[in-house]
Design a binder for this molecule. Structure first.
Ligand code: SF4
Ligand code: SF4
Ligand code: SF4
Length: 365
């Protein structure tokens, strides 16, 4: 592994690198978060011209949509592009690629050691440069910022597992004045040739993220301990999702809910009068909207073992249900049976899609 140190703040250093990749023609476009200077709003953009780089904010602590989900809708590109994704977005993209909903072909992946993203309320109400400074102070010191999402406070996979390029942010004390860029792959070294000072042969120093990792492990215990605790089974699901409005917002923003047509939104669930009459006859009362519990149980069975814990579902839920914490907790328990970590490795098969003879031999006579 090699490292380039640029004597600039990490956000500036990375912007210079991606501008260099674009100007030199090594990539035809850059996929990054952008900020509109007039409105202060953020979006995800595909930038093809140098002038467009002014709006790029690749390291902003914001997740408008899971960028892995958005990227998969236009990959693979015909020519190389550079994409800046947070570690959970990159893992989501890899999970989607495994389901043939995206491809790593012609994509240079750039990620960062992640301090987490701010809650939707904080982003919508705006944050000025003081707030950004406050966030960065926490991030660079390896602390948890109080206004980050719950799932970020408890995120243990904040060091990218498989990016071509990693920018060191979380726990990197001097990240406000120096940009440490790790070139993890041959592709990265080839692409970055000629940029900045000569790279030094150096591995990522994982000791700088250890402090944050243990703080997050403690948060994870607290957070997951609080969801679906006490009761088990259906009672726990009803307790947690009882106030669900049935808007399906949580599945629409989920990068792992990849079906083009969701069964729960198909005609299969277009209930008509005879259905309601039958239900009323059997139960004497009817809950409306119908099937909200069934929807969550179905989603849990369908995709929770691939949940990357990005927190998008909780962030959009109008009923303030901790959807992400539930899905991550349930998903991790299922994935652990198969020693599976979603998005860790493109070569690793998705558990329910592959049958291995050596699995579950205890159930064979
Ligand atoms: S879930 Fe983890 S990787 Fe994703 S934004 Fe939050 S801290 Fe970063
Ligand atoms: S976003 Fe919230 S209210 Fe809407 S379906 Fe999901 S859990 Fe229910
Ligand atoms: S279930 Fe929620 S936390 Fe998990 S991947 Fe989907 S949106 Fe992200």
């Amino acid at each position: 592994m090699s490292r380039i140190d640029v004597q600039k703040a990490s956000s500036k250093g990375l912007k210079e690198l991606i501008a260099y990749l674009l100007e030199s023609g090594r990539v035809s476009a850059v996929f990054s978060l952008r900020k509109d200077s007039k409105t202060g709003s953020y979006d995800l953009g595909l930038i093809t011209e140098e002038a467009g780089m002014e709006t790029a904010e690749p390291l902003a602590p914001v997740m408008i949509a899971n960028a892995g989900q958005v990227l998969s809708s236009f990959a693979p590109p015909a020519e190389p592009i550079a994409v800046v994704l947070k570690p959970c977005e990159l893992r989501a993209f890899i999970e989607r690629a495994k389901r043939e909903q995206g491809s790593l072909e012609n994509i240079l992946t750039i990620s960062m050691t992640c301090g987490g993203v701010l809650t939707r309320d904080r982003v919508v109400s705006g944050f000025d440069s003081d707030k950004v400074g406050d966030y960065e102070n926490h991030c660079f010191a390896g602390d948890i910022h109080p206004e980050t999402r719950d799932t970020c406070k408890a995120c243990e996979y904040f060091v990218p597992m498989n990016a071509d390029i990693t920018v060191s942010m979380a726990g990197q004390e001097d990240a406000g004045t120096r940009c440490h860029i790790y070139l993890n792959t041959d592709l990265a070294r080839e692409m970055a040739k000629g940029f900045g000072p000569d790279p030094a042969e150096e591995d990522f120093d994982s000791s700088i993220t250890e402090g944050l990792a243990s703080k997050r492990a403690a948060e994870k215990e607290r957070l997951y301990g609080a969801v679906m605790s006490g009761k088990g089974g259906l009672d726990a699901v009803i307790d947690t999702f009882g106030k669900c409005l049935g808007c399906h917002g949580c599945s629409r923003v989920c990068p792992i809910c990849y079906c083009m047509i969701c069964d729960f939104e198909s005609r299969n669930f277009d209930n008509d009068m005879p259905y309601f009459e039958k239900e009323l006859e059997q139960k004497g009362a009817l809950r409306l909207p119908p099937d909200t519990m069934f929807f969550h149980i179905g989603r849990m069975i369908h995709m929770s073992f691939s949940c990357v814990g990005c927190g998008q579902c909780s962030d959009v839920c109008p009923a303030d249900i901790p959807v992400a914490s539930v899905f991550k907790k349930v998903g991790e328990q299922t994935a652990a049976i198969f020693e599976y970590v979603p998005g860790r490795d493109i070569e690793e098969s998705i558990p329910v899609m592959v049958f291995k003879e050596e699995e579950f031999t205890e159930f064979i006579d």
